[in-house]
Design a protein around this ligand. Structure first.
Ligand code: ZN
Length: 378
């Protein structure tokens, strides 16, 4: 602790002669009882331009009965309450990212440097698979966060029916390749980002692996064919040993789950988990698969924004650790109707998983109902 200060993101005000507050909203406000005004005086000296020892001396000039320990205990209490940070007056970050840094301030104490989270983003390379309803909005958020490089992959062309929710595309882009338009859009939003753009349909594990070099994290925003494509991406990210955030949306519910190979369970561990624990799992899976369900497009812009916001926040959590990720080895589910969210029971990493462990596909009935994964499609 060198130059501590009360976090400027919070207001600081007296309620009455006995009590003051830091913060103004439920859940992010702390109230302090302080009939002597000593503590209030101390908080007013924590402005980030005085060293701790100078603050102690100043306090003792005004309140000679206070010991060093009294004053340091007070400073530590403010830190424990989450309202204190190091000023880092000489840290430099691009102005466009300062508001991100201020958000990270909420999650730090005096020992953590909020600028490092932004710096980590500025140094990260992300592979984004899919530029549809999920991917196109994910891309917008990544541009704002200022990741170093984004590799984008899609094979589709812009259609009129996309325009209600995929806002990086304009009417004049209809019939153009999404990956090309997306690159132009992202560079218009943030020219500091390096963009590698590929026109490619992901069909095999090798397809994914051809893009994973130098990548820090993968985002899977493709969902065709259902379940199968997540298995393919899962197998690739386990082989490449890269974390992957998966997103999926069905009618009015969205799900996010994250695989960190060899730390969390993978997608096939989830298949094993349900095989072991849910007696209806296989008949549900087979029943659904057999009807070859092909629903009309039901991606609704406001709903997609809720889901993609959660996906990208999870990406930032996994990359920077600014706070605990919500979907490691579990499914974080968002209900678009009432804005609620919850976390499903997590699944373990299984040693007998054929993908991230030492198991054999033939030992698990579920895998015979998936299309066999091709290693090399050419
Ligand atoms: Zn596994």
């Amino acid at each position: 602790m060198e130059y501590p200060r009360i976090k400027p993101i919070y207001p600081k005000y007296q309620l009455n002669e006995e009590c003051f507050r830091i913060g103004a909203q439920l859940g992010i406000t702390t109230e302090f009882e302080d009939s002597t005004k000593e503590f209030w005086t101390l908080t007013n000296k924590l402005t980030g331009d005085r060293k701790v020892e100078d603050i102690v001396l100043e306090m003792q000039r005004e309140y000679p009965h206070l010991t060093d320990t009294d004053i340091l205990d007070g400073i530590n209490l403010l830190n424990e309450q989450g309202v204190l940070e190091e000023a880092y007056a000489h840290e430099e970050i691009e102005e466009r990212y300062l508001a991100n840094v201020n958000y990270f301030s909420r999650f730090t104490d005096v020992s953590e440097n909020r600028f490092n989270y932004q710096r980590k983003l500025n140094q990260s390379t992300i592979l984004l698979l899919g530029l549809g309803g999920g991917g196109s909005n994910i891309l917008t958020l990544l541009a704002g966060l200022g990741v170093k490089k984004i590799k984008i992959v899609d094979y589709d062309r812009v259609e009129v029916s996309n325009l209600g929710r995929q806002f990086i595309y304009k009417e004049s882009d209809v019939n153009r390749l999404k990956n090309e338009v997306a690159k132009e859009s992202i560079l218009a939003m943030n020219p500091n980002i390096q963009v590698e753009s590929y026109n490619k349909k992901i069909v095999t594990v090798e397809d994914v692996l051809s893009f994973t070099e130098d990548v820090d994290l993968v985002i899977c925003a493709i969902d065709e064919p259902p379940f199968v494509i997540h298995r393919i991406v899962n197998q690739a990210i386990v082989q490449a040993n890269l974390p992957c955030v998966f997103g999926a949306s069905q009618v009015s519910r969205g799900r996010v789950y994250t695989v960190i190979p060899h730390q969390t369970g993978c997608f096939d561990c989830m298949n094993l988990n349900f095989s072991k624990n849910d007696p209806k799992f296989i008949e549900q899976f087979v029943g659904f698969r057999n009807i070859k369900f092909n629903p009309p497009s039901i991606a609704y812009g406001p709903a997609m924004f809720q889901l993609t916001a959660s996906i990208v926040d999870e990406v930032v959590r996994v990359l920077t650790g600014y706070t605990t990720p919500r979907s490691l080895g579990t499914q974080y589910e968002i209900n678009y109707e009432d804005g609620s969210s919850f976390t499903h029971p997590s699944w373990a990493k299984f040693e007998d998983c054929p993908t991230c462990g030492k198991g054999d596909f033939k030992e698990w009935e579920i895998f015979q109902y998936y299309e066999p994964i091709e290693e090399n499609h050419g």
